[in-house]
Design a protein around this ligand. Sequence first.
Ligand code: SAJ
Length: 426
Amino acid sequence: MIILKKVAVIGLGYVGLPTLVAIHKTGKYQVVGFDIDKKKIKNMKNGISPIEDENVVKAIRKKSLLVTDDENDLRDSDVFLICVPTPVFSDYSPDYGPVESATKVCAKYLKKGCHFVLESTVNPGTCEEIVKPILESVSGLTAGKDFNVAHCPERINPGDKKWNIYNINRNIGSINSEWNGIIADFYRSFVTDAKINEVSCLKVAESTKIVENTFRDINIAYVNELAQSFDAMDIDLHETLMAASNKPFAFMVHWPGCGVGGHCIAVDPYYLIKRAGLAGFNHRFLKIAREINNSMPEYAVNKLMLGLNEMGLSVKGTKITLLGLSYKANVGDLRESPALEIEKCLRKLGADLIVYDPYVDNGIKNLREAIKDSKAIVLATAHKIFVEELLDKLKNSKVRLIIDGRNCLDSGKIKKLKIIYKGIGR
Ligand code: SAJ
């Protein structure tokens, strides 16, 4: 067995960069970060970080990290950590492209005794059915005999102030157990305040993350369906969930909204649906949950149409402000964002539309300008600035209807301004 000296992190995004910094910080390894995005590498070499993580911003500013787009810099690595995206195509089928191309690049530099570790979220079977054949055919080496293939699913939560790469437990599985002990100890050298749990095989490791994220998707779908029935029954689901969540055991609250976005929850279930389908199992429940969550942007637009109806107005020609484009509060990430669906719907219906997201530069300077002259607002992202400042801006506005797609506003205070308030299940 070789001593692990050189570590290559492939894919320098919200997972790869904090990982690169954490490994570099140990001072125990020669570390190189590789990305195919030449502009991103150029910016980082000039001290500009592509993500907001403060440890990463500091390290990039100090230029203490070796980052490169030259694959030759991967030569002689003992560990390859693959942290590339696992998106879906427009038909929701898994897009293994980034994983396959990263694997093909690293395969050229595999050597006896090294470890190839996939961190990207994938369905069970990906390592053995997609990654391993590429590694063996390109390198001519045998996985499990000459080198290790491992899976250690990432659990980075962008913007989370409490949980980070150092204190989040990890699960790791390898092509066989003797290799797994070595790579698990490598993780223990930089994941300093958490457990590294060695599982029995690659498929169990791959399954843990996909189960974690499908768990979240179905629970959100559950409350999104409840929101529709509670709207029909005119019962405040938000208050009901607040009350239910004071149960100290066996209840984990989730919140209804105008949709589920992001590169994890909105995407991961399709990987499991696809792979289980190949094994002859039809994940009806996961599919229905996806359908419910994907229907929520339209549900929010329908509430807007009902509200405008009460005012004798139609969407067409009415000045409407869409607040928020990002899929998640207080970040500027549009991937799979439900707000984009809402925007598309409103434009199709002929709204005189203003779109404002403080994290997305689209020419609208501030919240006051964004709602100026608008009759209605659809809030799609619970950015702090909206929650804290919108009410005040409403007082002297022409706004007469608000669709609160994240149930994040004070409905009582808004109604006092004689503004029609409609939430999601509220
Ligand atoms: N959402 C709801 N209702 C909820 C929770 C979320 O509608 O109760 C929506 C959000 O608005 C967003 C989408 O779902 O559009 C995803 O939200 P998220 O909070 O799950 O954010 P992500 O996509 O960043 O998920 C990440 C995941 N972390 C990893 O994959 C390592 C996920 O496993 C975490 O559970 C999640 O963060 C988290 O807990 O914040």
